[in-house]
Design a protein around this ligand. Structure first.
Ligand code: ZN
Ligand code: CU
Length: 481
């Protein structure tokens, strides 16, 4: 038997959570064609993987890579160097289609870039760009509520949508789903969307019913109101019969630390009668735009970018405020528009949430930040190295499952997230003894250690020490298709 590529004598983590096995993996074209003892096979390229692990390429369940997937292999180095082969874009209510901009978008839409990037008036136009100018990784797309709101309501978004506007958004969402989008995301936490009542969200989400799309949400409140927010999320899912994904589940602010025992109990109870899952990134700090009205004296803040003050990237807000002789809110107001890292979670909650069987790993990395949160370059190796191997929070099999098979199952990605004959050859080769995140809050863009090679649809996309290849084997992947 002959194949294009064979990985020999590897420790195979198949993505299902099953115990590791020693064996060979054979690839021809874009598919896996054999798994097991393939001693009789020969290949154009043989990789001796003794002592190394082979796993399905990681699926980043939560990203803001809508624009990064359009700008060539270098833009996705941050993910491919972690072993990621598929990204879910369009999270937190923010998607690059179906809306165009003539002026700089309001925050947090500007996380994806200024008006020059907002050129897709339909999801079909975005999908067309991905098809003609392919990304090095696969893309699964959600449509953002905030993008739909701006498209329907123009600049007047600090209010609830009218019934007519909600109906318009529902129709736009329906079109996007037919054109290959996989679900609907909201960011009800953010100022303009916060004005949207539950009923508006349900009215728009109604479009999910016929295609079976997902409802994915950065909830209204992850702090004092986290329980009420989970209840709202579950209600929206039930109202339109949609599976629900709670984004980057966390309990923010010191007074809520430890409350993941309550939130997980509520989710467990709901999961008996409706489909609910969640993603998490493995850090005690979050990151988004800088919001002066949300600052809390107990939450240290680091600046990730600032349009008027680019020199402040990587600086602590309280230090800059002291230098300027201002309080933190006044100082923050002078930095806008800007981005920030907020140290507002508790390590015990992070571990409890990540260990839960419903948890998937999502980086939530912000690829256009000048001084990004290290999750952009480190989330996946941090779970494998720090949390699974070094702390023993769960097995390496479970860690891999949370970033592969489980994510494929939740998002409905056929023949992905698993190593078996016939599945797509999205693969990562890593050293389980050395894999670790090198990026941290002081030096956030260092590539991971121990991730040796990443393949997308059978093509080598990243090689440790060499970087991204010129391959662009990624494609749009749509739920249940
Ligand atoms: Zn978010
Ligand atoms: Cu996000």
């Amino acid at each position: 038997m002959r194949c294009d590529l064979i990985l020999r004598d590897a420790t195979i983590f198949d993505g299902t959570g099953a115990a590791r096995k020693r064996g060979d993996v054979a690839i021809t074209g874009e598919r896996i064609v054999g798994v097991g003892d393939l001693g009789a096979w020969s290949a154009d390229r043989e990789v001796i993987a003794t002592g190394k692990a082979v796993a399905p390429g990681f699926i980043d369940a939560h990203t803001h890579d809508d624009r990064a997937v359009l700008c060539g292999p270098a833009c996705m180095l941050c993910k491919m160097s972690q072993g990621v082969t598929t990204v879910v874009v369009g999270n937190c209510g923010i998607s690059l289609s179906p809306v165009t901009m003539k002026t700089r978008p309001i925050p947090p839409l500007d996380l994806l870039g200024d008006e020059s990037w907002w050129v897709f008036d339909s999801f079909a136009a975005y999908a067309e760009k991905l098809a003609t100018d392919p990304a090095p990784v696969n893309t699964v797309a959600l449509i953002g509520h905030m993008s739909l709101r701006v498209e329907a309501m123009g600049g007047d978004v600090l209010r609830a949508a009218s019934d007519g506007e909600a109906a318009h958004m529902q129709q736009r969402l329906r079109d996007c789903l037919k054109e290959g989008a996989s679900g609907f995301s909201t960011g009800l936490y953010y100022p303009p969307n916060h004005e949207a009542p539950t009923d508006e969200v349900i009215a728009v989400a109604e479009a999910l019913r016929e295609t079976g799309g997902l409802y994915v949400t950065h909830m209204r409140d992850e702090g004092d109101g986290v329980i009420e927010s989970i209840e709202e999320t579950l209600k929206i899912g039930r109202a339109v019969d949609a599976p629900v994904v709670i984004s980057h589940h966390k309990c923010t602010l010191p007074q809520n630390h430890g409350r993941s025992t309550e939130t997980l109990a509520l989710i467990d109870k709901a999961a008996k009668s409706q489909r609910v899952d969640f993603d998490i990134y493995p850090y005690v700090a979050g990151s988004t735009v800088l919001m002066p009205h949300k600052l809390n004296p107990q939450v240290p803040v680091k600046i990730t970018w600032s349009v008027p003050h680019p020199e402040l990237q990587g600086r602590w807000l309280h230090e800059v405020a002291a230098e300027w002789g201002l309080d933190q809110v006044e100082a923050a107001n002078r930095m806008l528009p800007a981005g920030a890292i907020y140290f507002q979670m508790d390590e015990a909650d992070v571990r409890r949430i990540m260990s839960h069987p419903l948890a998937m790993i999502g980086s939530d990395g912000l690829p256009h930040d000048a001084f990004p949160h290290p999750r952009l370059w480190g989330a996946f190796p941090r779970v494998l190295g720090h949390y699974a191997r070094d702390l023993g929070l769960f097995s390496l099999e479970t860690a891999v499952h949370k970033m592969t098979g489980r994510v494929a199952d939740v998002f409905g990605l056929r023949d992905r997230g698993v190593i078996r004959e016939g599945a797509f050859a999205d693969l990562v080769l890593f050293d389980p003894a050395t894999v670790r995140d090198a990026a941290d809050f002081d030096d956030p863009t260092r590539p991971a250690e121990g991730i040796l090679e990443t393949w997308v649809a059978g093509q080598s996309a990243y090689v440790y020490g060499e970087g991204a290849t010129s391959a662009r084997a990624g494609r749009l992947v749509s739920r249940n298709r």
